[in-house]
Write a protein that binds this ligand. Structure first.
Ligand code: NAP
Length: 314
């Protein structure tokens, strides 16, 4: 019997859509897009939630354009802080458990080691500050809350680093990728399964929830192309040459030329928002409670690349 009713907000997003798919195996899932439930509108949101009366609310809805947040601070705080608070209020009013999603960008990146949950956050961009305030407001409103800090998400849906790399491969002869930002690529399906595990418990609190291992953006790109079937020629003193393997590439291998993948510094690749140099998270609180089921990032990437390639070509 499906006795747990789960409401997923931001259901058209990368994580939201995957949560709806994964949780539907065991639970009754209602997915709501921004048009159906706008988290910035408290009165309407409360009405919507009261109508559904979920046992669990999961909130991956956010303004996730990191550079956009830098330009539109009001929208960033309205969605990522006030919106998060609104969801927590609506959850409290119906007695629902809440899962709120936060980010690795709450840290400044100065630490040499992976960040743990008891490290003090210190964001260096507007997105990070807006998400940090969201964490605090959510905890004030609803103690029955899990906050999960995730990072470098990708899926076959919407825009993400993996899809951008594969698209650029069809358009450019040289791709420049930063080599001085370290983090952990994380497949949304793995986060969804970790959430499925957590909501069976009452182990409320703050969690780091990323895949195992870490890499720079440049190393991530190399692995994406390796998994996509490119031969990778590494020159220790220079850029990487990627040679397409016609047997494993779709859709038009004849159009794909060899590509040069060039490592660059963040200073050579300026963006409106600064990014932390190190945002590797350790899933410390999951580990100490024996609940960390997140796989290594390379394992998940290898499994997902065929599906992502199919989504791009389809
Ligand atoms: N992507 C990453 O690499 C990354 C890294 C660290 C943390 N995170 C966090 O992980 C969560 C999920 O990220 P994601 O990559 O799945 O994001 P995403 O694909 O950008 O999806 C976010 C969703 O939120 C919706 N949304 C925006 N404003 C809303 C509002 N006012 N009311 C209701 N829904 C609204 C968006 O709808 P519209 O498209 O219609 O606006 C979109 O469907 C977010 O909390 C994000 O901050 C992501």
């Amino acid at each position: 019997m499906r006795d747990v009713r789960v409401l997923v907000l931001g259901a058209a997003g990368q994580l939201g859509a995957e949560l709806c798919a994964v949780l539907a195996d065991k639970h009754e899932v209602i997915g709501a897009t921004r048009l159906e439930a706008d988290i910035t509108q408290l009165a309407q949101l409360k009405e919507f939630v009261e109508r559904i009366r979920p046992d669990v609310i999961i909130n991956p809805a956010a303004y996730t354009d990191v550079d956009g947040c830098e330009k539109d601070r009001e929208k960033a705080f309205l969605v990522n802080a006030i919106g998060a608070r609104n969801v927590a209020i609506a959850a409290r009013e119906v007695g629902a458990m809440l899962v709120h999603i936060s980010t690795d960008y709450v840290f400044d990146g100065e630490k040499r080691e992976p960040y743990v949950e008891y490290d003090p956050p210190r964001p260096i961009n507007v997105y990070g500050w807006s998400k940090l305030l969201g964490e605090r407001l959510v905890m004030e409103q609803n103690p029955r809350t899990f906050i999960l800090r995730v990072a470098w998400l990708y899926s076959a849906r919407r825009k993400n680093f993996v899809k951008t790399m594969l698209r650029l491969a069809g358009e450019r002869e040289e791709i420049r990728v930063v080599h001085d930002q370290r983090g952990t690529p994380t497949y949304v399906g793995d986060v969804a399964r970790q959430i499925e595990r957590l909501i069976e418990t009452e182990a409320y609190g703050l969690y780091h929830c990323t895949s195992q291992g870490s890499c720079t953006r440049f190393e991530f790109a190399v692995e994406i192309f390796r998994c996509a079937g490119y031969e990778v020629e590494i020159d220790p003193n220079g850029p990487v040459r990627l040679i397409p393997n016609p047997k494993s590439l779709t859709p038009n291998p004849q159009d794909l030329r060899p590509i040069t993948l060039r490592p660059v510094t963040s200073a050579e690749f300026p963006t409106p928002a600064r990014r932390p140099a190190n945002s590797v998270l350790e899933n410390f609180m999951l580990k100490v409670q024996g609940m960390d089921i997140m796989p290594h990032w390379k394992e998940s990437l290898k499994a997902q690349i065929p599906k992502i390639k199919e989504a791009i070509s389809g």
